[in-house]
Design a protein around this ligand. Structure first.
Ligand code: SME
Length: 138
C-alpha cells in the first residue's frame, strides 16, 4: 500500500510541530485561496475548531494578507478593527503569506494566548517555514 504522506498530512505535521515546540503558538493553521473565488478556505490546523472556514478577501487579518501579500503582526487583537475573533482566549496573531512561484496562494496563521509575543524572529522563522511548505505544495 502507499504509505507516503499526503500534502495535507504534511501540512498538519508542520502545524503540530509548531504548536508543540513554541509555547506561545496556541492555534496554528493554513488558509489557502479557494479556487478562483475571492476567498480563503481553511486547510490543516491544530487548536480549537473555528467557525471561520471561509474568509472573504479583505476580511479579518487573514483576508487582508490575502490582498496585501505582506506579513501582518497583531500584538493586541482587541485593538484591531477588521479582526475576526475565533476564540476569546486569543490575545495576539501573526499571519505570513505563502508564495508559490511568486504567487500568494495562502498563508500560515498563528494565534497566541500571550499578549504581544511575536518578534522579527518569528516573522523570519515563519517566512522560512512558508518557503519550505511551498516546496511541499508546488
Ligand atoms: N483571526 C483571523 C481569523 C482566523 S482565526 O484566527 C483561526 C482573522 O482575523 O482573519
Amino acid at each position: 500500500s502507499n504509505t507516503e504522506k499526503t500534502v495535507d498530512e504534511r501540512l498538519l505535521a508542520v502545524c503540530e510541530i509548531l504548536e508543540k515546540h513554541v509555547d506561545y503558538y496556541n492555534w496554528v493553521g493554513f488558509y489557502f485561496k479557494n479556487g478562483d473565488k475571492n476567498e480563503l478556505k481553511l486547510g490543516p490546523y491544530v487548536g480549537a475548531p473555528t467557525d471561520h472556514t471561509i474568509i472573504p478577501f479583505g476580511k479579518g487579518i487573514c483576508g487582508q494578507v490575502a490582498v496585501s501579500n505582506e506579513n501582518f503582526v497583531v500584538p493586541d487583537v482587541a485593538a484591531q478593527d477588521n479582526y475576526i475573533a475565533c476564540s476569546i482566549t486569543v490575545k495576539a496573531e501573526i499571519v505570513v503569506p505563502l508564495f508559490v512561484n511568486g504567487e500568494n496562494v495562502g498563508q500560515i496563521d498563528i494565534d497566541s494566548n500571550t499578549p504581544n509575543p511575536f518578534t522579527d524572529e518569528d516573522e523570519r522563522f515563519l517566512e522560512f517555514v512558508c518557503a519550505e511548505v511551498a516546496k511541499i505544495i508546488e
